[in-house]
Design a protein around this ligand. Structure first.
Ligand code: BG6
Length: 484
């Protein structure tokens, strides 16, 4: 672990990711006492500014209320060890300058050994030159070096392979930490414990008991201002191929031999390899249109006119192994919907008919956000002098059960893991390869590389998604709870 004498270098320090996630997470870790002793943080970006201007920006990123005196004091401390260096992403001399800056800081450390953690909060177009320059000009010769990279990891199987192999020329797998921030979320991490620490969960966890599974991502806002990026990628690359597929692999993998990073990831890769590429007929695509006073996707100035980019997708995946054969896994994600919610919904099969009629199925719901919860829908006898069954819930809502707990932000958990050198919650190269194999054919179809692109169905901004959704999930055997 990088416990002391560490510099964290944030490349792309003035960008959106650094502002929304990286700096708040670094500050959160600092407040909780989890940053290495003597840590220094160096922001790097093209914008020319001095430390004072940079400190002003950081303060605005951290969003600590004015009246939080402790928080304000901690910001002052935080600023005292953060610095800024400006420079280009593709020229050697800029990185030479960065390196001299780092050496200068390190010369003041007591120990000769100093570590560097590079965080690339950068657009994909500069990943490769930056990774190369960092290796050539800024690689610490006295301590450990680590590099954190963020998606997009390519646009399809081929481009991902090119990107990975270019990065590998400079950085070993052991030094590389590929973020999928869903792996840092508390409830995603909880899946392993729920499954493998409870016989009551692991026993019915297969095709004999489970009818269908839905993994759902809903966001109540559109692409507002981010349309340029989004249109190039679409909802499948933005959410399904990475975040939701990661959740799926943890839900369905076999029990790992241990909780070591390699044992866990071996099992994830194994189950993903049993999933064939998605069929067009198992796919529903949508695009939001203006409604409720909100603009449609095509009304966004940064989106090309007539774009057929999907902002909503539901796709069904099948796992060909003895545990899961025949169980549909429906991944669905959409922008500009009626609510913010990410959840896993596991629907069990019908009980044997005969003694009960019209009885609801059991469902286990893992709510990832907001308001973390696990609840199980159970049928219970209606209390009183009758024997009718009534659908109820066994409810583990975190806010009620763990009243004191502070649930960490995904980025806090992941940056800490990277400092500790734990790869369990980072994406291994072969995981990406199989993930792209599953999604590449359907993406090429959508991109118009195998005939005309499909036209997404319209859905109103603020709605539950395309009206076709109900029959889509019905087709895979999902049954609504019987109304009381
Ligand atoms: C990002 C996507 O990876 O995840 C965004 O690019 C999306 O489009 C975000 O909004 C959602 O993350 P979270 O943590 O808010 O669920």
């Amino acid at each position: 672990a990088l416990k002391d004498n560490t510099i964290i270098i944030v490349l792309g320090a003035s960008g959106d990711l650094a502002k929304k996630k990286t700096y708040p997470a670094l500050f959160g870790l600092y407040r909780m006492g989890f940053l290495p002793r003597d840590v220094k943080i160096v922001g790097y970006a093209r914008t020319k500014m001095d430390d004072a201007e940079y400190h002003k920006r950081i303060t605005s990123y951290l969003k600590v209320p004015e009246d939080d005196q402790d928080g304000q004091a901690r910001i002052q401390e935080f600023k005292s060890f953060t610095f800024y260096v400006s420079g280009g992403y593709e020229d050697g001399p800029s990185f030479e300058k960065l390196n001299s800056f780092l050496l200068d800081i390190e010369s003041k450390y007591q120990s000769k050994q100093a570590h560097r953690l590079f965080y690339l909060a950068l657009p994909p177009s500069v990943f490769i030159p930056v990774a190369q320059h960092l290796k050539e000009q800024c690689y610490s010769t006295t301590g450990k070096n680590r590099i954190i990279v963020e998606k997009p990891f390519g646009k399809d199987l081929d481009s991902c392979r090119v990107l990975l192999s270019s990065l590998k020329q400079h950085w070993s797998e052991d030094e590389t930490f590929r973020i999928d921030h869903y792996l840092g979320k508390e409830m995603v991490k909880n899946i392993l414990v729920l499954r493998f620490a409870n016989i009551a969960m692991s026993a019915p966890w297969d095709k004999n008991s489970i009818s269908n599974v839905q993994i759902t991502f809903k966001e109540p806002f559109g692409t507002e201002g981010r349309g340029g990026y989004f249109d190039e990628f679409g909802i499948i690359r933005d959410i399904l191929q990475n975040h939701l597929l990661q959740v799926l692999s943890i839900l369905t993998m076999e029990r790992p031999v241990s909780f070591s990073a390699e044992d866990i990831r071996d099992e994830k890769v194994k189950v993903l390899r049993a999933i064939p590429p998605i069929e067009r007929s198992d796919t529903l695509l949508g695009q939001y249109v203006a409604a409720n006073g909100k603009p449609g996707y095509l009304d966004d100035d940064t989106v090309p006119p007539n774009s057929v980019c999907p902002t909503y997708a539901a796709t069904t995946l099948w796992i060909h192994n003895p545990r899961w054969e025949g169980v549909p896994f429906i991944l669905k994600a959409g922008k500009a919907l009626n609510e913010a919610k990410v959840e896993v919904r596991i629907q069990f099969k019908d009980v044997t008919q005969g003694i009960f009629k019209d009885i609801s199925r059991n469902e286990l719901v893992i709510r990832i956000q907001p308001s973390e919860a696990v609840y199980l829908k159970l049928n219970t006898k209606t209390p009183g002098l009758n024997t009718r069954a009534i659908p109820t819930e066994m409810d583990l809502t975190y806010k009620r059960r763990f009243t004191e707990a502070k649930i960490p932000e995904a980025y806090e958990a992941l940056i800490l893991d990277a400092l500790r050198g734990d790869h369990s919650n980072f994406v291994r190269d072969d995981e990406l390869d199989v993930a792209w194999k599953i999604f590449t054919p359907i993406l090429h179809w959508i991109d118009g590389k195998s005939g005309p692109s499909p036209k997404p169905v319209p859905y109103p901004y603020g709605s539950r998604g395309p009206k076709e959704l109900e029959s889509f999930i019905g087709k895979y055997g999902y049954k609504r709870t019987v109304p009381e």
